[in-house]
Design a protein around this ligand. Structure first.
Ligand SMILES: [Zn+2]
Length: 204
């Protein structure tokens, strides 16, 4: 009788410990700062940089490169000002370095956009486009390297006056976009440069 009591008690204790361990990453993932768990996400070992954090841990497939391209959707330019990284809505986006927010709002073709001027490289700005309309930062905010400053937005957004961007069903979209992704821009002296110039592909 007593031994079976301890047997059951031990099993409950083991299950409780396992549940606690499973919750640790969840607790950490709610931190606003970049953490090591994100770094080890699937598929995130492709790009590294001595200068900057990769903005979207866990996602490194580039669906559209910087530069000239065929426009995938009406209104998207044939010159692609950044790189596209597909990811689900809600994926966290991290400041690549310390800076000040110079824009946070509706950016037409970019959809909801956040732009940051870097403190350590005053000629550089980076932008995240097609982000969530629930903006996490506002203009003039000082932000830290590794801070979560936005999340990947939905494909469709509503309530924008004169939104010229629509999907195949005529529903308004989050800028010129065909699906949820991060459009990542780095500008030097306000001229778009290839963000991948600042990262090395360690798979090749
Ligand atoms: Zn793009």
């Amino acid at each position: 009788m007593l031994s079976s009591f301890f047997y059951v008690y031990k099993r409950i204790a083991i299950i409780a410990i396992i549940i606690c361990i499973l919750f640790i990453p969840l607790i950490y993932s709610n931190s606003i700062y970049y953490n090591l768990n994100d770094n080890f996400s699937e598929n995130n070992n492709k790009f590294e940089s001595d200068l900057f954090i990769w903005p979207i841990p866990g996602y490194s497939r580039i669906s559209s490169n910087f530069g000239l391209r065929k426009s995938p959707t009406a209104g998207a330019s044939t010159f692609h000002s950044g790189i596209d990284i597909p990811a689900p809505e809600g994926t966290k986006l991290y400041a690549i370095d310390d800076g000040v927010v110079t824009f946070s709002g509706w950016g037409a073709g970019g959809g909801y956009t956040v732009t940051v001027q870097l403190n350590n490289y005053p000629d550089l700005k980076f932008s995240f486009c097609h982000v969530s309309p629930i903006l996490l930062v506002k203009e003039d905010d000082q932000i830290k390297r590794g801070e979560i400053i936005a999340k990947v937005g939905p494909k469709n957004v509503y309530g924008i006056n004169n939104n010229q961007y629509k999907d195949e069903n005529g529903n308004p979209t989050n800028g010129a976009t065909t699906g949820t992704h991060l459009h990542f821009i780095i500008k030097q002296n306000n001229i778009p440069t290839d963000p991948l110039n600042y990262y090395k592909n360690i798979e090749n």
